[in-house]
Write a protein that binds this ligand. Structure first.
Ligand code: ADP
Length: 462
């Protein structure tokens, strides 16, 4: 276009010159040749070339800028910025190229967005799963591993991309993956991991079709809680049977003795007293078991009311007066003014304190003092905070190793002593249940100068 312009301009300029330089009448073509002055000739040559140059420079600048915009967008694309657009709206080839590129980028952006959403969803599902999931490709390289599997197999962040045989030390789990990779679908295996034998898992691997061939997926179920619950249930049944068998054997023995050869009257009375003692122990045991079952099933609802701590202490002491006085003991009560009332179910709090005071009396020497106190921890005049109730005795205390276990069912430090005093071994587990039902906590400690302290911490709530 610039060249055409140069030629046309040259002709125009030359024509002008012809008319200007040829004097009238003389005729510029007298000899058949047109006279063109050198300056005009030069101007006719240089000006169009200059103008053409400027036009081409301007045109190439515009084209360059438009190509530059497309190249810039391509660069931004390659660096992952799918949001950039070509803003060229002109209806020529460059505009069309820009729009085609825009459309391609837009649909690519949508697909990438969908993929990212799918991946985030999958990661959220896998991350939220309690089961461990690990996926390997045909070469046995880990492609995906969720947090649960990482924790169970103790894998670090660099597991992805490494071969499972280097990472998984447990032969049963590796074996599962090997079999799944060879196309088998092995049944699950139950196993314990590491030295922590209390962790029980079921590992199950299966082949999966993946892009680029088959792979395998391993799923790990942690069944430790199930196994623990099963063990607790079995221990509990064994304990209950044992606890019931002891008094039953005694009752049966004495009944048979009475039937076989009728003993002397004083012996008959002694036998009957033994039978009565064992049967009331069985009755207590069954009563405690039923109560625990009710508490476990959430069948004991709280009937909360403001309770006077002083009145609670007085009620328990009145109930246990025969026991306390029988052992020549004394109950000392101290209630802080700001811890004088607590929100709770009075009947249940009575049972809690009765259990603790009865134990304190049973396990401490005759003539000793049992201290009952209440104090406020936190909160203020308006309410809130915790009422801390303590039952302290001057008995032998509890061996440190048993402190955390005495709230377990049937756990006793001294079995003979407990049975002798008529204990069922269930009292403290009922106490813990009842305190937790109030949103509180109970703990046992030893006094430095001898004796045990049981602390019940209850929310004051007014
Ligand atoms: P038990 O019916 O045997 O008393 P508990 O559940 O009330 O059952 O108590 C569990 C065990 O905790 C008791 O067997 C005893 O060994 C120990 N224990 C409870 N209270 C005291 C205490 N005040 N002093 C020493 N040991 C205690």
């Amino acid at each position: 276009m610039a060249a055409v312009f140069a030629v046309v301009s040259t002709i125009v300029i030359l024509n002008l010159d012809v008319s200007v330089s040829a004097p009238e009448g003389v005729g510029s073509v007298s000899s058949g040749l047109i006279f063109i002055p050198p300056a005009a000739f030069l101007a006719a040559l240089v000006v169009p070339i200059l103008v053409a140059g400027i036009i081409s420079w301007l045109a190439s600048r515009t084209v360059g800028a438009r190509i530059g915009e497309i190249v810039g967008m391509a660069n931004r694309l390659s660096s992952g910025d799918l949001g950039s657009r070509v803003r060229d709206v002109r209806q020529d080839e460059f505009g069309e190229l820009g729009r085609a590129l825009d459309d391609a980028v837009q649909s690519l952006g949508q697909k990438v967005g969908e993929l990212a959403r799918d991946r985030a969803r999958m990661e959220a599902i896998l991350g939220g799963m309690v089961e461990g999931v690990l996926v390997v490709n045909q070469q046995g390289q880990v492609q995906l591993v969720n947090d649960a599997a990482r924790a169970m197999l103790r894998l670090d962040d660099k597991a992805v991309g490494r071969r499972y045989v280097e990472l998984i030390r447990h032969p049963d789990i590796s074996g599962q993956l090997t079999r799944a990779l060879s196309g088998e679908a092995p049944g699950g295996v139950e196993l314990s991991l590491g030295r922590d034998l209390s962790q029980t898992l079921i590992a199950r691997a299966a082949p999966v079709a993946a892009s680029g061939g088959t792979g395998a997926v391993l799923v790990l179920h942690d069944i430790s809680d199930l196994r623990r619950a099963d063990r607790i249930r079995r221990d509990f049944v064994a304990n209950v049977s044992h606890e019931l068998r002891t008094p039953l054997t005694a009752i049966r023995g004495y009944v048979e003795a009475l039937l076989d050869a009728p003993p002397r009257p004083e012996e008959t009375r002694r036998f009957l007293e033994i039978i009565a003692r064992h049967s009331s122990r069985m009755e207590r045991l069954v009563k405690d078991l039923l109560r625990l079952a009710r508490l476990d099933a959430g069948q004991e609802a709280l009937e909360t009311a403001p309770c006077s701590v002083e009145a609670l202490f007085a009620g328990v002491i009145a109930d246990l007066t025969p026991v306390i006085e029988g052992r020549d003991q004394e109950a000392d009560v101290q209630v802080a003014a700001d811890a004088a009332t607590v929100s709770g179910d009075p009947a249940k709090l009575h049972d809690v304190l009765r259990n603790l005071v009865e134990n304190a009396s049973n396990y401490s020497p005759e003539g000793s003092k049992i201290e009952l106190s209440s104090q406020l921890d936190g909160g203020g005049a308006g309410g809130g905070g915790f009422v801390v109730i303590r039952v302290a005795d001057r008995g032998p205390g509890i061996p440190e190793a048993d402190l955390s276990r005495i709230f377990e069912r049937f756990y006793r430090v001294d079995k003979d002593r407990s049975r002798e005093s008529g204990g069922t071994g269930l009292g403290l587990s009922i106490v813990r249940h009842l305190v937790e039902l109030h949103g509180g906590q109970v703990k046992a400690e030893n006094r430095r100068d001898g004796g045990a302290i049981f602390t019940v911490r209850l929310p004051r709530r007014h």
